[in-house]
Design a protein around this ligand. Structure first.
Ligand code: MRU
Length: 388
């Protein structure tokens, strides 16, 4: 396997490259993102995915766009006045925001950039100064991610270990299950739910991670498998339909998942299949923990029923992409890949939501970089005010 140093985005000055996650784990291809259109397209096509990572790419694309303009000779006309700058940048932010609808982090990032822009205009600053400030905010949005991931991972892991200890007879190390991919590839580094698992491993408290394949995009079997292998974390993959069986036959201490949007009451949108896992976890008395940054908490959305759920094209659920097996390599030693259709041609009824909503009632704890929220005794909803 490759040792490219797991990352979703790498930057050098204003040069942005992303790993094309559609080709992982067999081919590591970096794609340069040098326009706002390319950033939008990469997010929409899921070449980059994961709520924090798509927000970072949008923010970095704006950062690079503005820095290039500030260096350009002659300067573009839209840097001539604050009004012209605003008329140029705001539509770019609106456009980036339309790339994917469910992950609130993308909207949070574009709104934050927009607020920096508006504040600069309102303060009567020079267009170049405002552009520099918006660019700096873009860089900051990306940089903040890794630090907060490490914090939430520690909060969540320590809380879980304390819960297990409280029940008595705590095992030396825990088995934990996760869904989708929430690690370095889904964020700017370390990860959220996968960060918690990594923290348990680093502190000698993880026996084994279980992860679902997370069909139809296989974020689990392609990406989480790749990350866990590279981190040398003992791990076992299961098909999405095997979660109930896993809980019946193995001692799983917790299910830990990420989130694309957490409503004010704690209802959580995450990768489709998360709700199934939560129902089964409740049935088996297994704690269900959501780990996400504050930017994923959407206090403007009262409950899960208001969260927009992205429907992906039907065709995507009919296709599987991967390396030819037995492996066949080209002259450069690169494994050949193919996309194959697993359904009969012309199937016209396909249900393909990208996310589902797990009701707060089924969630044991919500962890952010600020801390851990649990429901009050007997409550079905969270009060998240202490963790945002
Ligand atoms: O469709 P995706 O791959 O972007 O979905 C990703 C997820 O659902 C993740 O669990 C979520 O974004 C959290 S990533 C830290």
């Amino acid at each position: 396997m490759s040792s490219f140093g797991l990352t979703s985005i790498r930057t050098t000055g204003t040069k942005i490259e992303i790993v094309n996650q559609l080709l992982l784990p067999h081919t590591v291809e970096f794609v340069e993102i040098d326009t706002i259109e390319k950033a939008h397209d990469a997010i929409k096509r899921m070449m980059i995915r994961g709520a924090p990572a798509i927000a970072s790419l949008a923010a970095l694309a704006i950062h690079a766009h503005l820095l290039r303009a500030l260096d350009a000779q002659p300067a573009p006309e839209w840097l001539a006045s604050p009004a012209a700058l605003q008329a140029h940048v705001q539509p770019l932010l609106d456009y980036l925001y339309t790339a994917r609808p469910t992950a609130v982090n993308l909207g949070e990032a574009t709104r934050r950039l927009s607020r920096t822009l508006q504040a600069g205009v309102a303060a009567g600053k020079d267009a170049r100064a405002i552009a520099a400030e918006v660019a700096a905010t873009g860089k900051l949005i990306d940089a903040e991610d890794v630090v907060r991931n490490k914090r939430m991972s520690r909060h969540g892991a320590e809380w879980l270990l304390a819960q297990v200890a409280q029940k008595g007879a705590a095992p030396a190390a825990l088995q934990v299950m996760t869904v989708c991919n929430t690690g370095s590839l889904a964020t700017s580094g370390y990860g959220t739910a996968l960060g918690l698992i990594t923290y348990l491993h680093e502190t000698g408290k993880l026996q084994r991670a279980f992860f679902t394949q997370s069909t139809p995009y296989h974020q689990g079997s392609r990406l989480t498998a790749f990350e866990l292998q590279s981190l040398q974390i003992p791990a076992t993959m299961l098909c999405d339909s095997m979660v109930g069986s896993l809980f019946q036959h193995h001692a799983v201490a917790a299910v830990v998942v990420g989130a694309d949007r957490i409503a004010k009451n704690g209802d959580t949108a995450n990768k489709v299949g998360t709700y199934n896992a939560a129902v089964l976890a409740a049935r088996h008395g297994i704690p269900f923990i959501v780990v996400a940054p504050v930017s994923t908490v959407d206090l403007e959305t009262a409950s899960g029923s208001e969260i927009p759920i992205e429907q992906r094209p039907a065709l995507e659920a009919c296709l599987v992409r991967g390396a030819l097996y037995p492996f066949a390599t080209d002259a450069a030693g690169v494994k050949q890949q193919a996309t194959v259709m697993v359904t009969p041609e012309g199937l016209d009824g396909v249900y393909n939501p990208s996310f589902d909503v797990t009701p707060a009632e089924l969630i044991t704890a919500i962890v952010t970089e600020v801390g851990v929220a649990v429901k009050a005794e007997g409550a079905k909803e969270f009060d998240l005010s202490n963790v945002v």
